[in-house]
Design a binder for this molecule. Structure first.
Ligand SMILES: Nc1ncnc2c1ncn2[C@@H]1O[C@H](COP(=O)(O)OP(=O)(O)O)[C@@H](O)[C@H]1O
Ligand SMILES: O=COP(=O)(O)O
Ligand SMILES: [Mg+2]
Length: 563
């Protein structure tokens, strides 16, 4: 067992700088921030506008990873640790990560604020209510639902087909009981009854819109374009059509401004936006990246799950409008590679804790698949071996030796246990790769490719699929999307994160497999088409022993059990 105190104990021991001191490290004056207490702030609109004028001077470093276990392999920890490591090298640096969703906080994964001596603080605030952005998104999302049902109730002038309302409701909770619901029961005063359901707020298209909008005017245009239903002629009905655009934009006005906090070592941290990468595009807001790049020389940011999900979506969707990375860090862990080497699903963490260098070696093909994917995008890669306390030298060396044999720059990080100094070697390697100037991003597909070609390109070149099949429903969707002019949008594939394929039990690098696309729908506001594969759900469920069982608060207000 590791002798490192719990994340919560470390967070409680930490002394935080006043948020104005942190802002000053970015060259921001007190009037550039709106304080939310002494350790949190939002940037003012003026500060965001000034950042836009300054342009993206800094270099973006994207952190991704191998195909993970359900506990995650440490991308957020490495993102924070690397930013602290670069700061120790004297670099002007910030980190940008997503805001944790209450779903995983009370579910399996816990918070997403990093961990150990590489976490962003104040951890409790960030993991719970923070500055209210996710609450605002939930309210805005459900206002659209309420106005949609009210429109149907009061005469349905738009002739909305109640059996083809694609906009379900949202809550920031893991609750499988809400996946399929019926609303409008109780007679005509409440009706008409219809099938509905809930997705987790992280999966709401409003979350994606918040993360991709460049400013309030752009957010408003995107909100208005969101397709919420079809009418009885099959034509799309949008948020504009039901008149909800203004109210929704008003609810999201403050949420659009980036949140500023700090890492445990005082490095400025933007925590803003929170889409997951299996059911959405999985990276923080474009605004936070732009502000971070305007005020620093290095901005470290993370894309969710493995490189086949968050990184592919960052590079093929976000980087088309936002900044492209100068270097990509692929995080590998002994436990994550062992799981592949042992062909293990579900992950048994007791077995994974047992030293087994051979199993680590047998799992390496998964790491090299992701390294090759990033190199195919035209970007330099650095492998970060995120060392856990019980990892043995033999297991760590198995990874380092194999990287050395393939001339892949790699470094061990002990940033979880030691903070920035634990990522010094990693920071040196990353700085070298950034300064090499070799980055030359080339996306997986062109926007004028058909949706079918785009999906096939991602499936074969990034996932390693041999072929792609489209269900009858998906074939119909392809036709309708082309008719409605959505063919020129990028694609956002919704897939299990636990396998390169659409079947979580396929570990390592599956070969000779076919990706099954079952349905597609337009995220016209976010500006991409979502393709559903396998049985990925937009509303996760709680496990038998959810983290919530171990969370409590003392009478003096001290919260326990968050991690
Ligand atoms: N080196 C490490 N030692 C111990 N725990 C770690 C280490 N790296 C990550 N963790 C823990 O593992 C979990 C997943 O880490 P996280 O950075 O959130 O992964 P990801 O962002 O890839 O999902 C978190 O609870 C984190 O505190
Ligand atoms: O979207 C998932 O993000 P993590 O991989 O950081 O949990
Ligand atoms: Mg993370």
């Amino acid at each position: 067992t590791s002798e490192i105190p719990s994340d919560e104990a470390i967070a409680r021991e930490a002394t935080l700088d006043d948020i104005e001191t942190v802002a000053a490290r970015l060259g921001l004056a007190p009037e550039d921030i709106e304080r939310y207490g002494s350790n949190k702030a939002k940037l003012t609109q003026d500060a965001v506008d000034t950042a836009r004028e300054r342009g993206r001077n800094g270099s973006l470093v994207l952190v991704t990873g191998i195909t993970p276990t359900p506990k995650g392999e440490g991308k957020t920890v490495i993102s924070v640790g690397l930013a602290q490591g670069l700061s120790h090298l004297g670099e002007n640096v910030a980190v940008a990560v997503r805001e944790p969703s209450l779903g995983p906080v009370f579910g399996i994964k816990g918070g997403a604020a990093g961990g150990g001596y590489s976490q962003v603080l104040p951890m409790e605030d960030i993991n719970l209510h923070f500055t209210g952005d996710i609450h605002a998104l939930t309210a805005a999302h459900n206002l659209v639902s309420a106005m949609l049902d009210a429109h149907v109730h009061h005469g349905n002038e738009l002739d909305i087909d109640v059996d083809r309302i694609s906009w379900t409701r949202s809550l920031d909770v893991n609750d499988r009981a809400l996946r399929e619901t019926v609303v409008g029961l109780g007679g005509s005063v409440n009706g008409p009854p219809r099938e509905d359901g809930f997705g987790i707020t992280a999966a709401s298209e409003l979350m994606a819109v918040l993360c991709l909008a460049s400013d309030l005017a752009d957010l408003r245009r995107r909100v208005g374009r969101i397709v919420v239903a079809s009418d009885r002629d099959g034509a799309p009905v949008t948020v504009d059509d039901i008149g909800a655009t203004g109210a929704v934009s008003a609810l999201l006005r403050d949420a659009l401004r980036p949140n500023l906090v700090q890492t445990i070592e005082g490095v400025p941290a933007f925590v803003h936006g929170g889409p997951f990468a299996n059911i959405a595009h999985g990276t923080n807001t474009l605004v936070a990246d732009d502000v971070g790049l305007a005020y620093t020389d290095y901005l470290v940011t993370e894309a969710g799950f493995g490189a086949d999900l968050g990184a592919e979506k960052f590079l093929d969707i976000v980087a088309r409008e936002g900044a492209a990375p100068e270097t990509v860090v692929v995080v590998a862990t002994v436990r994550g590679l062992k799981r592949h080497g042992l062909d293990m699903w579900p992950a048994d963490f007791d077995v994974l804790a047992k030293p087994d260098p051979d199993a680590v070696r047998d799992g390496l093909p998964n790491l090299f698949h992701h390294v090759n994917t990033i190199r195919d995008f035209g970007l330099p890669v650095v492998v970060a071996v995120n060392r856990f306390p019980d990892d043995t030298d033999a297991e760590v060396d198995a990874i380092l030796d194999a990287c050395a044999n393939r001339e892949i720059p790699a470094a061990v990080s002990t940033a979880h246990a030691e903070g920035g100094p634990g990522a010094a070697e990693l920071a040196e390697l990353v700085r070298e790769q950034v300064e090499s100037g070799q980055a030359n991003l080339r996306p997986t597909y062109e926007l004028d490719d058909s949706l079918r070609e785009k999906i096939t390109a991602v499936a074969t070149r990034v996932y390693g699929a041999a072929d792609v099949t489209f269900s009858k429903q998906a074939e119909k969707d392809l036709g309708r999307l082309a008719e409605q002019g959505f063919d020129s949008l990028p694609v956002c594939l919704s897939k299990t994160p636990y396998s390169l394929s659409d079947d979580a039990s396929n570990t390592g690098v599956p070969t000779d497999w076919t990706l099954h696309v079952r349905e597609l729908y337009p995220a016209a506001g976010a500006g991409f088409v979502v393709a559903l594969t396998g049985d990925v759900m937009t509303m996760p469920g709680l496990p038998a022993h959810p983290a919530a069982l171990d969370i409590d608060v003392d009478d003096d207000g001290t919260i326990h059990g968050l991690f």
